[in-house]
Design a protein around this ligand. Structure first.
Ligand SMILES: [Cu+2]
Length: 210
C-alpha cells in the first residue's frame, strides 16, 4: 500500500513536469530577460529604461532594458576578458546577493552589461555566466552595440576606454536601480563597504512591495 502511494506521488509529479508549459512555468522562476512586462505605463523622467536601445542576453534573446522593470536591479558594466577588476566586481555583486535578507532575495536581480560589443557575443557571455556560476533566475548578462554601450555608460557615470590590446580601462561602479529603473545608489570601487548598498537595495525592494 505504501509503495503504491509512493508510486502515485511520483507519477503525479512526473505528469506535472510533463504538462508544465515550460521549465520556467512560474513567473518568478523565469530569467529576468524573459518575464512578462509588469506594466506598460510610461517610464519616469529619471528612468534609464526610457532608452530605446535593444540588447541581447546571453540566452540569445533581444530585449529593451525596460524588460527589467518591476524589480530592483544591481548593475555593473564589465567585459569577460578583463584581466583586472571585472571578476572582483562580479564577486562583490555575488556577496551583495548573499547578504540580502531572505524576504528580498526574490525581489532583486543582478545585471551585467558588457563594454566589449565585439568579443562578448551571447555565447561568450553565457560561458562567462557558467564560469562565474551566476544563476539564470536572478542574473542577466547583456551585450549591445558600441553606441548603446556608450550611452548606458554615460547614464551610469561609468568611464571606459579601450587600449591597444583590447582591454578596457574602466570605472568600477555598482549601481542600484529601483523597480522603475531609476538610479538610487552607487557603490564606488572594488571591495567597498557593502552595508550602504545593501540598505539601498532594501529600501528600493521594500518600496517595490508596497
Ligand atoms: Cu574589468
Amino acid at each position: 500500500m505504501k509503495l503504491k502511494n509512493t508510486f502515485l506521488v511520483l507519477a503525479t509529479a512526473v505528469a506535472a513536469i510533463l504538462t508544465a508549459p515550460s521549465l520556467f512555468s512560474a513567473e518568478g522562476a523565469k530569467p529576468p530577460c524573459c518575464r512578462e512586462l509588469p506594466t506598460r505605463a510610461p517610464f519616469t523622467d529619471r528612468s534609464i529604461y526610457q532608452l530605446e536601445s535593444k540588447w541581447t542576453s546571453d540566452l540569445g534573446r533581444e530585449v529593451p532594458l525596460g524588460i527589467l522593470r518591476g524589480r530592483v536591479q544591481v548593475v555593473a558594466m564589465i567585459f569577460t576578458t578583463c584581466e583586472s577588476t571585472c571578476p572582483v566586481i562580479v564577486d562583490d555583486m555575488k556577496h551583495l546577493q548573499q547578504a540580502l535578507p531572505e524576504k528580498l532575495r526574490d525581489k532583486v536581480d543582478f545585471l551585467l552589461i558588457s563594454f566589449d560589443s565585439e568579443r562578448d557575443t551571447p555565447e561568450v557571455l553565457h560561458a562567462f555566466r557558467e564560469k562565474m556560476r551566476l544563476p539564470t533566475e536572478h542574473w542577466t548578462l547583456l551585450r549591445g552595440g558600441t553606441d548603446d554601450v556608450r550611452e548606458i555608460a554615460a547614464l551610469l557615470g561609468v568611464n571606459f576606454q579601450k587600449d591597444t590590446r583590447g582591454q578596457f580601462m574602466h570605472s568600477n561602479i555598482i549601481t542600484v536601480l529601483n523597480g522603475e529603473g531609476e538610479v538610487v545608489h552607487q557603490q564606488m570601487g572594488i571591495r567597498a563597504e557593502a552595508l550602504p548598498t545593501i540598505q539601498a537595495i532594501e529600501r528600493a525592494g521594500l518600496a517595490q512591495t508596497k
